[in-house]
Design a protein around this ligand. Structure first.
Ligand SMILES: [Zn+2]
Length: 59
């Protein structure tokens, strides 16, 4: 499965699943992703460190 925020692949047994009151399910690879999506309601495409990761993984 993939992280709902940064779209990184999450290995089985790691990460966190979060079910919202409306039934939506989110997966997070880290607390950072959870916080950004749930508390800060940030758009992943606008978060610098998410973009950075995408660039480095391209190489
Ligand atoms: Zn993530």
């Amino acid at each position: 499965m993939k992280c709902s925020f940064c779209k990184n692949e999450i290995e089985k047994g790691t990460g966190k699943m979060y079910v919202k009151a409306d039934g939506k399910i989110f997966y997070f690879c880290s607390r950072r992703c959870e916080k950004n999506l749930l508390k800060l309601k940030r758009d992943p495409t606008r978060v610098k460190w998410v973009v950075k990761k995408k660039v480095t993984s391209k190489k």
